[in-house]
Every structure is written in structure tokens, then in C-alpha cells.
Ligand binder design. Structure first.
Ligand SMILES: Nc1ncnc2c1ncn2[C@@H]1O[C@H](COP(=O)(O)OP(=O)(O)OP(=O)(O)O)[C@@H](O)[C@H]1O
Length: 622
């Protein structure tokens, strides 16, 4: 059973045209444009959520807190001792005392360095663990999102969120969290000590604070917008690269290299512009803060000098105050300098949470466990559209008895794959109902349902890993013997054992080192191992040679034994023995029956069959 109980977008009551649907039926027109985009509401909410992640490393955070406080206290002691040294050792000329002060200061600064190092070490561990969890949750979310989400999001863009955006969060956590804490303590500590040393001079030192706050606020607001834009552009760029690298053969074949390079430059140019703007705006922070700090320094030095002249302050106090005012200004300007980091981290986190807030496809269906299904499938007045405003399937009704072979034929774009997409609940129907063994599939847990469905698709997908691992993907607890038995039944065992590494042969990404037919046979072995109650075979033999096709056909026949099977085929020769053939045309079941019955009808199937038959004879003539 799915461990995720998020409310799905489809769990809206009030489904029209319901056939035995329960309260959890899908809402009308669950088209691909219907996924609500929930955005992290504001910066505060985003920071809170990142903090909640950080808080899971409680021990680390406490340690960081302790060492940060220590570090800040040490940095507060320095200027005080410096002032004292001037007033009690330098001015009276007590050199023995001066040496003592120097040694004390040296010891304190050394201790400060050690404490700062430990603090950085612990913080790195905390931030790395935090982004580890963030990334893990994001990937888990990707796996739970409905297929329709991926129709509208480029792979590279999604990869960018899991890498660049999370990296930004990590960088900022590493530096900004301790910086913030340190600054807070240094600020308040310096203020208290300054007030104790000299109240009028402290007031002078405070004069520039509103300027600091105002300018940093203004700049941060502006730079945040540009950082978000920069991240978006980076995502688009990644999406473009991913798409064009995976489709490089097509690009080359159509000699589109220059056109694609031009499009790349355009997208890259957008990133360039956004990056420059973000850096320019955030880069203003440093110089502005420096200017204000220098102004502040000059003010204290001037007023302090006047006060010393009138015996209202000692030189030591003025030196201490100058140092504290620097310490006071430093955290503010450091924070301001961190703005670009923090802004880009918030922008990154917002993009990550945006995905995490998307509704999962797993809802609150009845139960997680399903007994082995007998495989009786009923489509009853099913209508569906990927977009809410255009129906692809219209009032589709048919029945598959347990163990039957059902063929889906019809012109391209008629809706054959769409029927399968609904059976597997990759998409939710708009009206009508689909029953398996008499139960509305919307009431079934999606994982449990899919565990009883096996698919062999035309685009035979294998993963990077060994052949054994790829077959075992069908059932993770299968023994080596079971894996090999499945390969034998799929007619692929001979080929595998002839390889030098046999079952341990490592396949490249997407099985690049295998032929299409070999990949297809591997996916059949995988499906045999999974032992599903219902089988879906999509155009499985359309692009292989006759010998491989024969192998695949044999493997398929083995695989189909005792299971309800749905076979999508363009070549009618492969499905003449089907128990029922559904002719899909323009989203409707135009005809259904056995091969002989359909030929006798003299309708669409008859026409389709004749045209293929003629073509076959013509190609033989040639
Ligand atoms: N993810 C999608 N989003 C929007 N429209 C889609 C999507 N997938 C398919 N369609 C549209 O739905 C219609 C039916 O497509 P489907 O893939 O079911 O046809 P098919 O009969 O399997 O075609 P083929 O034999 O070419 O595979 C087509 O018009 C197609 O453009």
C-alpha cells in the first residue's frame, strides 16, 4: 500500500456520468492543464520550511549554536581588552602589563580561530544532511507525481531543481545560518558594551543604522526577483540540453545543428541577462555598506576626538568604540553581502517546495492489498480527454473476460494507447467507469493495481545496470534461478549466456549497447518474472527483423498464457487469433468481434485488413 496519503487533484467528489463510482472518483476533465500550481506563499513561509528541515538535525544545530555563541563572545572581548590596554598600559607606559595584554589577546584570538573552525565543521555536516533530506524528499515526490505532470515539465528542468536549486540552498545554509546567529549576538553584545562604555558616542554610532536597513531591504527585494529568474532560465537551459542531447541523432539527421545552436544561444542569452542583472543588483550591496560604514567610522572618530579633547572620553574608550562600531557594522554589511546567497537560496527553495506542494497521484483509495486478480476487465461508457476541453475517448464500452486476448487496432492517433493509459491509471477518466474483477479501479490502490499489470512497450526501456538487475526489476525478491528461467522463457537466455559477462553484463544508459529486439526480449523476461494477472503489449514487434520477431512472438505467447492480454498492433497478421478485436476509430469503438466476424462485417476492419494484405502482396512482388 502506498505510504503517501496526499489528497490527489482527482479526488474531487461530483464526478459526472458515474458508474458505480464512490466518493473518490475523479473530477470532471482531469486534463493535463488541471494540475493546480501551489506556490510557496512567501519568503517567510519558505524560510520556515527550510528551518523545519534544519531542525531535524537538532544535536548538530545545538552544537552550532554553542560554538557560534562562543565565537561571538570571543570576538566581543577583543576590542574591550584593546581599549583597556591603551588606557591602563600604553598611556601610563606600563610595558610589563602591555605584554600581559598582548599575550591574553593572542590567546583569545587563537581560541577564536579554533572555535570558528569547529563551528564551520559542524555546520557543514548539518547543512549537507539537510539538503540530503530535501533532495530525497524531492525525488520521492517526483515518483509520486501523476504522469500528466511530466507532460508539461521538461526532464532537464526537473533535474535542475534537484541539483542547482538544492545546491543553492546548501551553500546558503552552510554560510548564512551561522553568520546570522553570529551577527545577532555580535550586534546585541557590541551594543550593550558600547552603551556601557559611552552612551553619547553609541548614539552617534547608531545614526547610520536606518540607512543600512533601508538600502539593504531595497536591494534584497530587487535581487530576489532576478535570482528567481536566473534559476528559471537555468532550468529551461538544462531542459533544452537534455532534450537535444538525447535527440542528437534526429538533430544531426535533419542537419539542425546550427538552428539548435541558435536556439541554445537564445535561451542561454536569457540566462546570461538574468545572471548579470542578479549579480549587478546584489553586487551593489557591498560598496553601499562600505560607504555607510566609513561614514559611521568618520562620525565616531570626529565626535570621539572632540569628546576626548574636552575630557569626556578616554582614548582607550574611543579606540574600543571604533572597533565595536566596526564589529557592529560588520555583521550588518556581512549579512547584506550574504543577500545574494540567501536570495538565491530562497529562490531555489521556493522552486523545490513548489514541486513538493504538487498533489501526489496516490490518494486515499480503499485498500492497499489486492488478491490475485482473475483479470476480467470492463470499460463502461468511458470518456476521457487529456485537455478538459477536448475528448479523446468517447463513450468506450467493451469487456475482456479473464484470460482473453484482446487486440486494439485502428489508425494512428485513434486512442489505443489512451485506453491503456486509463487501465493503468496513468490518467483518470472523465466519465464512465473501468472495472477489474467487478471493482471500480478508482477504488483500488494504484500501486496494488499496477503490481498486477505487466507492460511490454514498443519503447523497451532498460536501465543502466546489469542484465540480471534489469530483469529483476520485474520482481525484486526473485532468485537468480527465477531470473534465468524468465530469460529462458523469453527466448533471450541464449543471447545472454553468449556474452562474455553473461547476466552480469553492464548495460549502458537506456541499454545503448543492445539492439532494439534484444531490449524488447529483456522487457518480456522482466514481465514474465513479474507474473502479472493482466498484460499490456504495445506494438512490441513493429521494428525488428523477422527472426527476432519470431522469437518475440514465441516469448509473447508464453507470456500471455493464462492472463488477460491487451495487444496494441498495427500489423493485423499478429492478432488474428485474438479472442476479440476492438477497432478504435476517432476515440470510439467502431467495431468489435473476432477476426472472422469483423471480416464478415465488411466494415472498417475489413478495409484495414485488405489494405495491409494488398501491401504485403505488393512488397512480396518486389
Ligand atoms: N499526453 C498527452 N497529452 C495530450 N494529448 C495526448 C497525449 N497523449 C496522446 N494524446 C493525443 O490523444 C490522441 C490519441 O493518442 P493515442 O496515443 O491514444 O493514439 P494511438 O491510437 O495509440 O496512436 P498510435 O497508433 O499512433 O500509437 C492523439 O490525438 C494524441 O495527440
Amino acid at each position: 500500500m502506498s505510504s503517501f496519503n496526499n489528497h490527489t487533484p482527482f479526488s474531487v467528489p461530483g464526478r459526472p456520468g458515474g458508474f458505480g463510482g464512490g466518493p473518490q472518483g475523479p473530477g470532471p476533465g482531469a486534463g493535463r492543464g488541471n494540475i493546480p500550481k501551489v506556490r510557496a506563499k512567501n519568503r517567510g513561509a519558505t524560510i520556515k520550511r527550510v528551518w523545519a528541515y534544519l531542525n531535524r538535525q537538532r544535536v548538530g544545530i545545538i552544537l552550532v549554536y554553542i560554538f557560534t555563541v562562543l565565537n561571538a563572545v570571543i570576538s566581543l572581548i577583543g576590542p574591550y581588552l584593546l581599549g583597556k590596554a591603551i588606557d591602563t598600559a600604553v598611556i601610563p607606559g606600563d610595558y610589563a602589563r602591555l605584554v600581559q595584554f598582548c599575550l591574553l589577546l593572542l590567546g583569545i584570538y587563537l581560541l577564536g580561530s579554533v572555535v570558528a573552525w569547529v563551528q564551520a565543521y559542524v555546520m557543514t555536516a548539518v547543512s549537507q544532511n539537510t539538503v540530503f533530506e530535501l533532495r530525497r524528499d524531492l525525488f520521492a515526490k517526483y515518483q509520486q507525481l501523476p504522469i500528466q505532470f511530466f507532460d508539461t515539465h521538461a526532464n532537464g528542468e526537473l533535474m535542475s531543481r534537484a541539483t542547482n536549486d538544492i545546491e543553492n540552498v546548501s551553500n546558503s545554509l552552510n554560510q548564512s545560518v551561522t553568520q546570522l546567529l553570529n551577527s545577532l549576538i555580535t550586534l546585541s553584545g557590541s551594543l550593550v558594551i558600547m552603551l556601557m562604555l559611552n552612551i553619547p558616542l553609541t548614539i552617534v554610532a547608531m545614526l547610520t543604522i536606518p540607512l543600512v536597513l533601508l538600502s539593504s531591504r531595497k536591494i534584497s527585494g530587487l535581487s530576489r526577483v532576478y535570482f528567481k529568474k536566473q534559476q528559471q532560465s537555468l532550468g529551461e537551459l538544462n531542459g533544452f540540453i537534455e532534450e537535444k542531447v538525447s535527440g542528437l541523432k534526429v538533430v544531426k539527421q535533419y542537419r539542425m545543428e546550427e538552428t539548435e545552436a541558435g536556439r541554445f544561444s537564445m535561451i542561454s542569452g536569457e540566462l546570461n541577462k538574468a545572471g548579470i542583472k542578479a549579480q549587478i543588483v546584489s553586487g551593489i550591496v557591498g560598496p553601499v555598506m562600505n560607504l555607510i560604514n566609513n561614514l559611521n567610522f568618520a562620525l565616531i572618530a570626529g565626535v570621539g576626538g572632540l569628546m576626548a579633547y574636552h575630557d569626556l572620553a578616554t582614548v582607550g574608550v574611543i579606540v574600543s568604540l571604533l572597533n565595536y562600531s566596526k564589529q557592529f557594522g560588520r555583521p550588518i554589511s556581512e549579512l547584506a553581502n550574504q543577500y545574494n546567497l540567501i536570495q538565491s537560496a530562497i529562490a531555489g527553495a521556493e522552486r523545490v517546495f513548489e514541486i513538493m506542494d504538487m498533489p501526489s497521484e496516490y490518494g486515499d483509495e480503499d485498500d492497499g492489498e489486492l488478491p490475485r486478480l482473475s483479470g476480467k476487465v470492463v470499460f463502461q461508457n468511458v470518456s476521457f480527454g487529456y485537455e478538459s476541453d477536448s475528448l479523446i475517448l468517447k463513450d468506450v464500452t467493451f469487456e475482456a473476460k479473464s484470460g482473453e486476448k484482446i487486440a486494439l487496432v485502428g489508425p494512428t492517433g485513434a486512442g489505443k494507447t489512451t485506453i491503456i493509459n486509463l487501465l493503468t491509471r496513468f490518467y483518470e477518466i472523465s466519465a464512465g467507469a473501468v472495472y477489474i474483477d467487478g471493482r471500480d479501479i478508482r477504488q483500488l490502490d494504484k500501486n496494488a493495481l499496477r503490481s498486477q499489470l505487466g507492460m511490454v512497450l514498443q519503447d523497451a526501456h532498460v536501465f543502466a545496470g546489469t542484465i540480471r538487475e534489469n530483469i529483476r526489476f520485474g520482481r525484486l525478491d526473485a532468485t537468480d534461478q527465477e531470473v534465468e528461467e524468465a530469460a529462458r522463457l523469453a527466448n533471450v537466455d541464449g543471447f545472454i549466456t553468449r556474452l562474455p559477462q553473461g547476466y552480469e553484463t553492464i548495460l549502458g544508459t537506456e541499454g545503448g549497447n543492445l539492439s532494439h529486439g534484444q531490449r524488447q526480449l529483456l522487457t518480456i523476461a522482466r514481465a514474465i518474472l513479474a507474473d502479472p494477472a493482466i498484460l499490456i503489449l504495445d506494438e512490441a514487434t513493429s521494428s525488428v527483423d523477422t527472426r527476432t520477431e519470431m522469437h518475440i512472438q514465441q516469448a509473447m505467447t508464453t507470456l500471455m498464457k493464462g492472463r488477460t492480454s491487451f495487444v496494441i498492433a498495427h500489423r493485423l497478421s499478429t492478432i488474428q487469433d485474438a479472442d476479440r478485436i476492438l477497432v478504435i476509430q476517432d476515440g470510439r469503438v467502431a467495431e468489435q468481434g473476432s477476426h472472422e466476424q469483423l471480416l464478415a462485417l465488411q466494415g472498417v476492419y475489413h478495409e484495414l485488413y485488405n489494405s495491409q494484405f494488398k501491401r504485403a502482396i505488393q512488397s512480396d512482388d518486389i
